[in-house]
Design a protein around this ligand. Structure first.
Ligand SMILES: CC(C)(COP(=O)(O)OP(=O)(O)OC[C@H]1O[C@@H](n2cnc3c(N)ncnc32)[C@H](O)[C@@H]1OP(=O)(O)O)[C@@H](O)C(=O)NCCC(=O)NCCS
Length: 142
């Protein structure tokens, strides 16, 4: 498995994983637009020339706010998401994110990767309504 920047050619793979993982999945056109912004970062985990996982974020003033992390269902529990986060951690001083309170897999992943829970934002998510857990990772705090 290698980790590299995402390119336009990867967009169909990304859209597939989005559809598999998220109710508010983004389509190919939206993803193509997002790749063009200079404040977005997109990194892919690639196996046999196929994107099997990705992480994306918005970088503002050197801090990265993660917008998505997802791994194709058949490739989970192989350390791919952890590898993507480790890659991002090497590139950024501080990382922030929010996650549904009931997304135990993602919260376990973030805690394993050194993220701390900062606070709860009540009823932040819709469809279904759910609290958000805000978490962050800072290099000097390790
Ligand atoms: C959350 C997600 C990205 C994890 O990807 P992954 O590649 O399977 O995670 P990893 O294999 O790197 O797991 C690293 C650690 O995270 C924790 N973890 C990951 N998935 C877990 C699960 N289903 N249950 C409990 N702990 C889990 C474990 O501590 C794991 O280490 P271990 O396998 O040695 O026990 C994946 O389940 C996914 O794509 N989910 C759907 C999308 C999503 O919810 N994204 C997050 C919100 S944007």
């Amino acid at each position: 498995m290698i980790i590299r920047k995402i390119t336009e050619n990867d967009v169909p793979f990304l859209a597939e994983i989005e559809e598999q993982c998220f109710a508010d999945c983004r389509n190919e056109n939206t993803l193509r637009d997002e790749l063009k912004y200079d404040y977005t970062v997109y990194y892919a985990a690639v196996e046999d020339n196929k994107v099997v996982g990705y992480v994306s974020g918005n970088v503002i003033c050197g801090e990265c706010d993660i917008t998505r992390i997802a791994v194709e269902a058949n490739f989970r529990r192989k350390g791919i998401a952890k590898a993507l986060l480790d890659f991002l951690k090497n590139k950024t001083e501080k990382i922030t994110l929010e996650v549904r309170e009931g997304n135990f897999a993602a919260i376990a992943l973030y805690e394993k990767c050194g993220f701390k829970r900062d606070f709860i934002r009540k009823n932040y998510y819709k469809d279904p309504i759910e609290n958000a857990v805000l978490m962050s990772f800072e290099k000097e705090r390790k």
